[in-house]
Design a protein around this ligand. Structure first.
Ligand code: AMP
Ligand code: GLY
Length: 431
């Protein structure tokens, strides 16, 4: 089987690494990839959003399966174009990718499907949004730009004044361009967050073990939001009972309603969940693997990923006899560039990457890296995802940080507390 992985982050390196373990896979390309994917696949210099060149390449090389990492090409319709030409692709159609591409679409779909989520209103006129905010009680509100905004379009506002400013920035100043033609204003939920990823083929849903991300830049969940500074899997806060509830009340009605609406979902359905006192509620949907969640999740997956994704891409997921997991937990710590999530310098040489090469149970996934004059240098904000397995979460964490202590470049930094919020929970105690 010949596979093309589209994207260049830590998620894509984890996908390439896992897919390369499949005995059925003879060749993997990654477009455009990074310095890590270059070690396990052949990088192809085509941007992840250059759909016509990707399609041309896949046809020319007779690629058997294309796996799309990031959301932007999916929202732009890459899966539709590949399927139109008879190619197998793992990822949703543009119509189904609206689950990530439009918050207004998603909120309305969840309402129709009776999926628990924050109460909301949609506005396209600033005056009406402000009138609504002014009628609200003084207290937290969440304001979201409708469209894709690279994770920056969500404002958790402490009071009415912040909510008004967020609406003004989105609707009037058009800080996110056309992604801000509409806003969703919603109730602020409280609780712990979890990432639930499920493989879906339009009908059948195969949930993966739950993970927990760390979105804030600094220890103790402080500082600005990032793409994610680390994650671990499984997340014990998602007990078997909570997972059952998520499947019954969230995943099944969502997948069913998408089918009824004429846009069946296939690919990764990633539900960002808030575990509130009144049960799990959806914060957002994404339509691709989470990054960094993919790294600790795939580190634990023992099943043949190429086979699983092929079945999903061809609507035959029902043939799958469950997934096989390493029972040990995994922890992924992201190493970032100085200045991230703001501006940062690129091109700094990364040292110590070889030290971990032959260690069992550790994998250094590359994200924002590239090769320059024979050296690996930083080329993005999130640079590496150092991921380890251990008999306990504490052991996995210790191994990840021991590996990190050998790797550095000028200005490299990372959170020190990834996985600390992982506490044992039993189904009895949350009764
Ligand atoms: P989203 O892109 O919709 O997941 O939002 C990004 C982050 O904003 C989430 O991971 C939450 O931390 C926060 N958030 C989004 N919606 C809400 C909400 N209704 N209540 C509280 N926090 C929220
Ligand atoms: N880690 C969050 C995301 O992938 O959206």
């Amino acid at each position: 089987m010949k596979i093309l992985v589209v994207g260049s982050g830590g998620r894509e390196h984890a996908l390439v690494w896992k897919l390369s373990q499949s005995p059925a896979v003879s060749k993997i390309w990654c477009a455009p990839g990074n310095a890590g994917t270059a070690l396990e696949a052949e990088n192809v210099n085509i941007a992840a959003d250059d759909i016509s060149r990707l399609l041309h390449f896949a046809k020319e090389q007779q690629v058997d399966l294309t796996v799309i990492g990031p959301e932007a090409p999916l929202v732009a319709g890459i899966a539709d174009e590949f399927r139109r030409d008879g190619l197998n692709v793992f990822g949703p159609s543009a119509a189904a990718a609206r689950l990530e591409g439009s918050k207004v679409f998603t909120k309305k779909l969840m309402k129709k499907a009776n999926v628990p989520t924050a109460d909301f209103q949609v506005f396209s006129r600033l005056s009406e949004a402000i009138e609504f905010i002014d009628q609200n009680n003084e207290g937290p509100l969440v304001v979201k730009a409708d469209g894709l905004a690279s994770g920056k379009g969500v404002f958790v506002c402490r009071n009415r004044s912040e909510a008004r400013a967020a609406c003004k920035s989105i609707l009037q100043d058009r800080s996110f361009g056309d992604a801000g033609r509409q806003v969703v204003i919603e109730e602020c939920l409280e609780g712990q967050e979890a990432s639930i990823l499920a493989i879906v083929d339009g009908d059948t849903i195969v949930p993966l073990d739950a993970a927990q991300d760390h979105k804030r830049a600094f220890d103790g969940d402080r500082g600005p939001n990032t793409g994610g500074m680390g994650a671990y899997c499984p997340a014990p806060i998602v007990t078997e009972r909570v997972m059952d509830e998520i499947i019954k009340r969230i995943l099944i009605p969502t997948v069913h309603t998408m089918k009824v609406e004429g846009c069946p979902f296939s690919g990764i359905l990633y539900a960002g969940i808030m575990l509130t006192n009144s049960g799990p509620r959806v914060l957002e949907y994404n339509v691709r693997f989470g990054d960094p969640e993919a790294q600790p999740v795939l580190m634990r997956l023992k099943s043949d990923l190429a086979q699983v994704l092929s079945l999903a891409a061809t609507g035959r997921l029902a043939e799958l006899e469950g997934l096989d997991w390493d029972p040990r937990p995994s922890v992924c710590v992201v190493m970032a560039s100085e200045g991230y999530p703001g501006n940062y310098e690129k091109g700094r040489i990364i040292s110590g990457l070889n030290a971990s090469e032959n260690l069992p149970d550790v994998k250094v996934f590359h994200a924002g890296t590239t090769e320059k004059n024979g050296e690996v240098v930083n080329a993005g904000g999130r640079v590496l995802g150092v991921t380890a397995l251990g008999d306990t979460v504490a052991a996995a964490k210790a191994t990840a940080y021991a590996t990190i202590s050998q790797i550095s470049w000028e200005g490299s930094w990372y959170r020190k507390d990834i996985s600390d919020k992982c506490v044992p929970v039993s189904d009895d105690s949350d009764d």
